[in-house]
Design a protein around this ligand. Sequence first.
Ligand code: M6R
Length: 601
Amino acid sequence: MCGIVGCVGHGDDTLDVLLDGLETLEYRGYDSAGVALVGDSLIVKKREGRLERLREAIETSDRPGGTLGIGHTRWSTHGPPTDANAHPHTDESGRVAVVHNGIIENYQPLRDKLEADGVTFTSDTDTEVVPHLIAAFLQDGLDPEAAFRRALDRIEGSYAIAAVVAGDDRIYAARNDSPLVVGVGDGRFYLGSDVPAFLEHTRDVVFLDDGDLVVVDADGWQVTDADGAPAEKEVTTVTWSAEQTGKSGYDHYMLKEIHEQPTALRQGLSGRLDELAGTVSVEELSGIEAPGAVQLVACGTSYHAALYGVELFRQAGIPAQAFLASEYATGPAPVLEDGIVVGVTQSGETADTLSALREAQARGIETLAVTNGVGSTAARECDHALFIRSGPEIGVAATKTFSSQLIALNLLVETLAPGDRGDTRTLVSALRDLPGDIQEVLDETAAETVVEENAGRDAFFFIGRGENFPVALEGALKFKEITYEHAEGFAAGELKHGPLALVTDRTPVFAVVTGNDERARKTIGNVKEVEARDAPVVAVTDGASDVERYADHVLSIPETHPRTAPVLANVQLQLVAYHMANQLGREIDKPRNLAKSVTVE
Ligand code: M6R
């Protein structure tokens, strides 16, 4: 949540570098935005609302100069989105400016003490204690680095923090439970809560660890650990390009990312399928023994991928359960013997998922992260990491990363519990064809027509069974999060146990029916139940069954393997959600109240 950017070593364009960096991070939060620049003095500009408002405010006033600075885009936790609560926050004299992601859990006692000492606060935020603490330690005669470190010693909670001090030419930053990376350019250095913040300038990156404190100036960067000892850090060159983080002519990142799925899946499969032998081989997984049981932990869309993973593990004969990560670490620990806990997380930074993985590690259980975040906290903390290789996903709504997660879970299951040779060969061939099949869906979809004919209804329901149950849940989540319309996903067989009471001629039901096995036939039975209540039915199908007979509309997918059919069906539902949200004029890439990376529990 929230985005941080910083840069040192630029000239007159420092402000633009910060604002452009914030623009790429707006998916992390967009309640308010602000910058602090250090030149002859420290100048702070901040505004409630989208970054655009900050740009307008800067255009209509004196443009702040300076050769180093920090910036922030906020997703509110403490205090509503207002100018006063926007970051950066300063001390009373305006000498220190601070931006912060995360939550300072002990801010109230710190604030009480500072107020008792006569400090006047100007915001409702937890963050504001930090510049006041730094200022107090500077007042005591400490140098800026020592004052920053002393302030960190006082605070508890999760944070990525960056601070600048008037008259000083360095940025001080630290991380604890919230991501922070350093960008290494030629005489120019950057900070970001995520790599896209400075990707336009450099692809050389230093991933910081919890407890690290970094000092960045025009001569370079130095990292020390929590005890102040120098910490060795590697510079990693990321393969993402700045172009990949742009919209490439699409109206929205979400639409671009939906269309990137063929490429994303090719990347995820590259070098991992042996088509001649008909086998799967994933280097990152070579150190993992076949587990006796698997628990998958995840949130949101990634939880739906985890539910799909459960189905695959069970088909392979390995007992598996999926847990909402936010429930996993807070109750009695679910029993697991001779097993592995798999965290499914696009970002690798979701606080709930990290807590669940840490809980498993504390119990001595082996952990694996299935993630897009190379260098992410989950990837670094888990015993193993399987990278889904989707490339950057900017839209808040997860699309291509969900498809990539489903594919990665197939690779995982085939590696840990290889199936019958013939079965694996058929799956490998379906996986190889999947990017082309997705392209066919993208080229031929009737999603826009379905949306036009179903606009303005009361609610939208999604049903499926087996591998298609997670698709129903995901179809509903995507729909509600970007259209703000009421949508719910159900296991098809559950409809008659309650939700059927909601079904009318004003509630379209999207039925995901692939193949023609017992599950498909039973789902068709459920379709007949809603049809009998006059609900408009949209069948998402490969045409293997006769579900089309009972449907008002059909969203077709090519015939494929039972395990890859859910990926294709989901692409159709992504397009339905996108076109409905577009028709309603919603803020598709930045849905209200949401953020891309949820780093608070
Ligand atoms: O980064 P993660 O996969 O751990 O994120 C988990 C959820 O916050 C995320 O999947 C969320 O539900 C989607 N962005 C919704 O589209």
